[in-house]
Write a protein that binds this ligand. Structure first.
Ligand SMILES: Nc1ncnc2c1ncn2[C@@H]1O[C@H](COP(=O)(O)OP(=O)(O)OP(=O)(O)O)[C@@H](O)[C@H]1O
Ligand SMILES: [Mg+2]
Length: 247
């Protein structure tokens, strides 16, 4: 089953009112593949990955994740959310809950896990991202990089097959970027399927199987990191790479 597609996006089109935000997106992702998505602001990167776990509805086309059809059906959506984790730019931790409670909330209340089991799982993943010693603190007592590692640990608690990252390091101070990227590199090695919207090109070169460039709602170019960076084909990608690499 090595070549099995875990995500299939076919002819995906989405509009916000009259605005055609996603234009005929086609993308197959194999199990264990690491995809990096980049492109200018407003090109539809967030919208596309949000469609994958149905945080956004779409009008045309189809998405299948791990055999689950992404449609407006409560059972399918529930199954989808079990399988797909998402990590956001702004962590989205609950400020009034301790780090540990942030991780155990959904397992206890949604999945009805016994508290002890949920707590043990939480500690396991906090340890994995290197912050088990912060478990009893509150989010605002942690640095941005630590909070993002908590958010990653939280997403791991449900053992997702697919992880979606939407610019997980872009809200961080520069000195905290690498601690989060290091965690993501480790996850990439574990064989989980990952789609990461990021402009961290070092990360893309290190772990991506494919890099995708979006512009104006379309996938304009996709390639292995080597070819993507060394031999960009379209003028739009050349211009984009010039811009981000000159920063
Ligand atoms: N809820 C919404 N209603 C109307 N337009 C929206 C909505 N959300 C996003 N858009 C528009 O859709 C386009 C794509 O937005 P999206 O957030 O997917 O871009 P992006 O590539 O992730 O950009 P960025 O790099 O800035 O995060 C933008 O022009 C944006 O203004
Ligand atoms: Mg975005």
């Amino acid at each position: 089953m090595e070549n099995e597609n875990i995500i299939e996006i076919k002819n995906l089109n989405k509009w916000y009112g009259d605005f055609h935000v996603l234009k005929d997106i086609n993308l197959n992702v194999k199990k264990g593949e690491i995809i990096v998505v980049c492109g200018p602001s407003g090109s539809g990167k967030s919208t596309m990955i949000r469609c994958i776990n149905y945080l956004e509805q779409f009008q045309e086309g189809s998405i299948t994740v791990d055999g689950i059809q992404v449609i407006d059906d409560i059972k399918q959506i529930r199954a989808l959310r079990e399988d797909v984790a998402m990590v956001f730019q702004h962590f989205n931790l609950f400020p009034h809950l301790s780090i540990k409670d942030n991780l155990t909330l959904a397992p206890i209340w949604v999945k009805k896990q016994p508290k002890k089991i949920a707590a043990a799982t939480a500690m396991k993943f906090l340890d994995r991202v290197g912050i088990a010693d912060q478990a009893d603190k509150y989010p605002n007592q942690l640095s941005g990089g630590q909070q993002q590692r908590v958010a990653i640990a939280r997403s791991l608690c449900k053992d997702p097959n697919v992880m979606l990252f939407d610019e997980p390091t872009s809200a961080l101070d520069p000195e905290m970027v690498s601690e989060v990227l290091d965690v993501m590199v480790e996850l990439a090695k574990e064989g989980r399927t990952m789609i990461c919207v990021t402009h961290e090109m070092g990360f893309a070169k290190k772990v991506a199987d494919r890099v995708i460039f979006m512009d104006a709602g379309q996938i304009v170019e996709e390639n292995t990191p080597d070819k993507f960076f060394e031999n960009p084909e379209s003028d739009r990608l050349k211009l984009f790479l010039d811009q981000i690499l000159s920063h």
